[in-house]
Design a protein around this ligand. Structure first.
Ligand SMILES: [Zn+2]
Length: 291
């Protein structure tokens, strides 16, 4: 499942061909993903200018000049690919190749959006847990999708003070509290495990006891693991855009995630990475370094 850094990488790759561009053609090749598409989706998008492409948690938000926002979510298996219409397209650091002439539409290519970049954006989603909605831009803040979300982890609102207050009185393990989207928006299992390792905090520690220096270390660790992953995704984007145009898929190297039994990567620690299950999800951590 794509996590925040992948979604941010997708946003960057889409922004180049979508932001400040006009939508020139839209094709929906079925009636729904997780839920039905909004009525007349193609008609409401066609001819609109995209004012801004932003991200909130793992949602992509394209603000249109019609006063509506196209909300997009990748779900479990959704992905976007971008192809130049006509000759190769170079925008900033990104290179988009034309679609190969022998490339046929796949059974899982559900939405095609063309812009005057000129580019073709294809949304592919085999399992169809993805989402596309059109909502009034002005009402987004009060929409149930967004109104209970905590701050963005990379925003200035996410401070040690904020985190300490958000965790205050909570008797759940810190890992569970961080996965709760009301604490901080968009964090998933992988980056929570990684951030707790870098902060030296046990995933089992009671959330209410993470304050002061621990909260500050945790905020720093969350920001740095996300930033490093976004950087890795950004640098791989060019390669991916050159092969099949797919955005946001890249190889990660994790310190503890998925590394059960491997030596702890911290120099001088001879312990092994341990896996436990918390709230039905795997947690990876070093029992010696994380307290
Ligand atoms: Zn260790």
């Amino acid at each position: 499942m794509p996590e925040l850094p992948e979604v941010e990488t997708v946003r960057m790759g889409l922004a180049a061909v979508l932001e400040h561009r006009r939508i020139t053609r839209v094709e929906t090749r079925r009636g729904d993903l997780r839920v039905p598409f909004p009525p007349r989706l193609a008609e409401r998008l066609n001819g609109r200018d995209v004012k801004r492409l932003s991200r909130r948690a793992k949602y992509l938000l394209a603000d249109l000049d019609s006063g509506e926002t196209l909300i997009m979510h990748l779900g479990m298996s959704g992905r976007f690919s971008v192809h130049a219409k006509g000759a190769e397209l170079r925008i900033g650091n990104y290179v988009y190749e034309p679609a190969k002439s022998n490339m046929r539409r796949g059974a899982h290519d559900h939405v095609i959006i063309e812009t005057d970049a000129p580019a073709e954006i294809v949304f592919t989603d085999p399992r169809r847990f993805g989402l596309m909605l059109l909502l009034d831009t002005a009402s987004l803040g009060t929409n149930p999708l967004f109104d209970t979300l905590g701050p963005e982890p990379l925003s200035r609102a996410f401070t040690a003070k904020f985190l300490e207050r958000a965790l205050g009185g909570r008797r759940t393990p810190i890992k569970t509290a961080l996965l709760d989207q009301r604490t901080v928006a968009g964090l998933g299992n992988i980056y929570v495990c990684e951030a707790l390792f870098h902060a030296g905090i046990s995933p089992k520690r009671m959330a209410a006891t993470v304050g002061g220096g621990r909260a500050a270390a945790l905020v720093r660790a969350i920001r740095s693991v996300l930033r490093a992953a976004i950087r890795a995704g950004g640098s791989s984007l060019r390669d991916y855009a050159q092969t099949d145009g797919t955005l946001g898929e890249f190889q990660h190297r994790f310190a503890v995630y998925g590394r059960e039994g491997a030596p702890c990567p911290r120099p001088g620690c001879n312990s092994k990475v341990k896996r436990i299950v918390q709230s039905g999800r795997s947690t990876f951590y070093c029992p010696r370094c994380q307290r």
